[in-house]
Design a binder for this molecule. Structure first.
Ligand SMILES: Cc1cc2nc3c(=O)[nH]c(=O)nc-3n(C[C@H](O)[C@H](O)[C@H](O)COP(=O)(O)OP(=O)(O)OC[C@H]3O[C@@H](n4cnc5c(N)ncnc54)[C@H](O)[C@@H]3O)c2cc1C
Length: 431
């Protein structure tokens, strides 16, 4: 790769970790028993843990790495309320009532997470920035207009169309064909949000144990034995909160989610003039092509954080830096010489119907399958899964009425992604 693209001492860890590196293991002793064991210390696991510990339950959370080392401290920090699939697709699959419920819960997840941050006083640069959804294909702009009308009229969503002629007020590129602004969407610092949640969970009395992969979950007479390389833990309930890192310990879930990598780069600090020109209103930007670029200005207002699905398969982060830089420079020729200081990756989880899922399988509770949009939804469904365990009707959700289907011919090795990868790239060109 051209040496000039990377800064002299690039980092291949998330830029977010400069301010909040993942906490090392917070507890060393594994208790012999707990009411609830949680596998995964990301937003889902911690939100469930907080709810359960505050309700007086004994909770132990395990993470294979340092707590937060998964997607929850690596993501773009962009909070949205939407789902990957259209209302029409959800209605066709699950009926109008369920589709309405899911759409409303998208909005509820945004409100829940914003309220959680305020209530818990988590200092994570949360701001209701609004989001510009950039339309990549001219022929889809009219459809977007119809969807926006529907969302505004039926659900009171605060959303406005932005025609191509006016898009420079949101983003300084001519590559898009207009778009819309969702005013209620926001942005935060994901690793500080995670750290804040972790601190609250520990203060509430839960035990969080890092660097301890759960290797087996055995059912023993109405309870579970959770096996690690340390003392086995007996728990009344278990929650799998492993999303894009779901592995062999829950094979029934692994068949239902496909881990897909997402990549981000951080530029070197840019001038205030450049920043103001690139994204004048400081919104988060998400585009509609399959490559799915998403980007924003860092919370300190200094750099561009630019993400995309540079590949459907894992890729060396030096190589992904180059790929993302090329895409970014096509959108913003002004950034062609901007150096990359950080390049990193992490896994999201796609479900077959591209919706999040919550439920119980073989007695194990789970919430996962956020399809790359979990910053608001994961804390929300973590709360819901905890409420289910507490036996509260608060745990009911429209997601209960969906089908978390297994993916045909798949048991955890996503062999089909190597075929889809080039297809997606070509489809973007011709779509
Ligand atoms: C690069 C990137 C950018 C993203 N950008 C955005 C964005 O801007 N907006 C948005 O809404 N969403 C975004 N996402 C998605 C979002 O980050 C996730 O949906 C969310 O963090 C999922 O949280 P989680 O707690 O369910 O999973 P995670 O945070 O991934 O945590 C799962 C944890 O489970 C642990 N684990 C797995 N197996 C075991 C085991 N056997 N034993 C113990 N622990 C185990 C893992 O170590 C991991 O820490 C992005 C994701 C990535 C990777």
């Amino acid at each position: 790769m051209k040496a000039s693209i990377l800064s002299p001492q690039p980092s291949f860890d998330p830029w977010w970790w400069e301010a909040a590196p993942p906490a090392a293991a917070t507890a060393s002793d594994v208790p012999s028993a707990a009411d609830v064991a949680i596998v995964g210390a990301g937003y889902t696991g911690l939100s469930a843990a907080l709810t359960l510990a505050r309700a007086g339950r004994g909770v132990v959370v395990f993470d294979a790495g340092d707590p937060g080392q998964g997607a929850s401290s690596r993501n773009g920090g962009m909070l949205g309320s939407g789902h990957r699939v259209s209302f029409a697709t959800m209605s066709a699959r699950y009926g109008r009532a369920t589709a309405v419920g899911i759409l409303k819960e998208g909005l509820a997840s945004l409100a829940y997470t914003a309220d959680l941050i305020r209530r818990e006083n988590i200092d994570c640069h949360f701001s209701q920035t609004g989001r510009f959804r950039a339309e990549f294909h001219a022929k889809h702009y009219d459809n977007l207009g119809r969807e926006v009308d529907f969302l505004r009229k039926e659900f009171g969503v605060e959303v406005d169309m932005v025609p191509k002629a006016e898009q420079h007020r949101e983003v300084a590129t001519d590559i898009y064909h207009g778009g819309c602004v969702y005013h209620q969407h926001g942005a935060l610092h994901p690793a500080l949000f995670h750290k804040g949640l972790l601190d609250r969970v520990v203060a509430a009395g839960a035990t969080v144990i890092g660097r301890t992969p759960v290797t087996a979950i055995e059912r023993i007479k109405g309870s579970f034995s959770v096996i690690t390389d340390r003392t086995p833990l007996t728990a009344g309930n278990v929650i799998a909160a492993t999303n894009g890192y779901t592995g062999a310990v829950t094979p029934q879930l692994r068949r239902r989610v496909v881990p897909v990598p997402s990549f981000i780069i951080a530029t070197e600090p840019l001038s205030a003039e450049t920043i103001n020109e690139l994204i004048p209103n400081g919104r988060t930007i998400v585009e509609t092509r399959r490559l799915h670029c998403y980007y924003r200005i860092s919370p300190d207002g200094s750099r561009m954080l630019f993400g995309a699905r540079a590949s459907l398969l894992p890729m060396d982060t030096r190589k992904s830096a180059k790929r993302l830089h090329d895409i970014m420079a096509k959108l913003f020729p002004r950034l062609a010489d901007a150096k990359i200081t950080h390049s990193w990756t992490g896994f999201v989880a796609f479900s077959r119907d591209q919706l999040a899922h919550i439920g119980v399988t073989d007695g194990i509770h789970f919430a996962m399958g956020y399809c790359g949009s979990g910053v608001a939804m994961a804390p929300y469904l973590g709360y819901k899964v905890a409420q289910k365990i507490l036996g509260s009707p608060e745990g009911n959700t429209a997601f209960d009425d969906t089908n978390f289907a297994a993916i045909p011919l798949y048991s955890g090795r996503p062999w089909f992604l190597s075929f889809l990868d080039p297809y997606y790239r070509i489809a973007d060109l011709f779509d």
